[in-house]
Design a protein. Structure first.
Length: 338
């Protein structure tokens, strides 16, 4: 592997000139010299030492993706297909913009501060943050960040949000319009000022606007995974009064469908189900799942663009809210009028 000195010698320039070209400090280097040096770099497939480059530019070119959504049971958040879709968008855009990505689950503020002390990063994309001591530690770190899935009330914060309330409302109203009144709301734990609370508010308001009484027994909270969803399906199979389920994630809806199937409950003939996210999973269930669409990949891409544009001192829109829409497939049936 050639050194920077070897490249300088072959190009007939100083080591400083080669270093300036590598670090894009080209204002005092002739264009033909820049081209000559770059051709030599490409010929030898020379890769600059990123640690040394970080010292020169005071930039590591590392974007960290921090997950703060800790499952109540042991598990990997990457197993959630929604998070995988978001991170897929983040990774592609980070790579295309010349940065590198690091992924880490961080449980508390002490771990967060240790992470920041031990690693050099230009910015952070973080999920599952509430207005608590963890968030206060994040703010004090002075590291640029973008929030995903957060309802922190701070107009100065970079945030990629979603029409969560609308999603909960249109899903429930769709079921109501099909004649359903006993509608289960299935979700992970509902936290104050969180994404699920917004979807839950949409569910409650749709019932209220239709003149349908709310029943606490129709709210089920558990982890979002296939196994827990399947167990909930077993439980719901015992509820002869329930005709429809709104699950706040496709993977949870798929688990419920599996559990109901195993207990001989037909979908949508006996129970209708609607999910949320419109991931690939919703098109391979049987029947295919009616769901609330959001563009998970785009959320990841926008988070990267927002953060890097901010790092590059470009003007940015600090709070971006992405739309949702209902996707009709085959898992919801209209009740026959008696």
């Amino acid at each position: 592997m050639p050194t920077i000195k070897d490249i300088a010698k072959e190009a007939g320039v100083s080591v400083t000139t080669v270093s300036n070209v590598i670090h894009n400090v080209n204002s005092h280097v002739a264009p033909e010299t820049v081209e000559r040096i770059n051709k030599i770099i490409q010929k030898y497939r020379y890769t600059p030492n990123m640690s040394a480059r970080a010292l020169v530019n005071k930039s590591s070119k590392i974007i960290s993706v921090i997950n703060h959504l800790i499952p109540e049971q042991s598990g990997n958040f990457m197993l959630d297909p929604f998070h995988s879709a978001v991170i897929g968008g983040i990774e592609r855009e980070v790579r295309e913009r010349g940065y590198y990505m690091m992924i880490r689950t961080v449980e508390d503020e002490n771990e967060l501060m240790a992470f920041f002390r031990n690693w050099s990063m230009d910015g952070v994309i973080i999920t599952g943050v509430f207005e608590d001591s963890f968030y206060k530690s994040l703010v004090k770190s002075d590291i640029p960040y973008v929030l995903l899935d957060s309802y922190i009330q701070d107009t100065s914060v970079l945030n990629i949000g979603l029409e969560d309330y609308k999603g909960g409302y249109i899903a429930t109203k769709y079921l109501i319009d099909k004649g359903h009144t006993q509608i289960v709301f299935a979700s992970p734990p509902i936290y104050k000022k969180g994404v699920i609370q917004e979807r839950y508010r949409g569910y409650r308001d749709a019932l209220n606007d239709a003149g349908i009484g709310f029943s606490p027994k129709n709210v089920y909270q558990q982890e979002i995974n296939i196994d827990d969803g399947t167990r909930l399906g077993y439980e719901l199979a015992k509820r002869l009064d329930v005709t429809a389920v709104f699950a706040t994630a496709d993977i949870l809806a798929a688990g419920i469908m599996s559990g109901l199937h195993e207990k001989g409950i037909r979908i949508p003939d006996d129970v209708s189900i609607i999910g949320f996210d419109d991931l690939f999973l919703s098109r391979i269930t049987s029947p295919q799942m009616t769901t609330v669409h959001q563009d998970a990949d785009k959320r990841g891409v926008l988070a990267v663009d927002l953060l890097i544009d901010c790092l590059e001192k470009k003007k940015v829109e600090k709070n971006v809210v992405l739309p949702v829409q209902l996707i009709e497939r085959s898992s919801v049936a209209a009740l026959k009028k008696k």
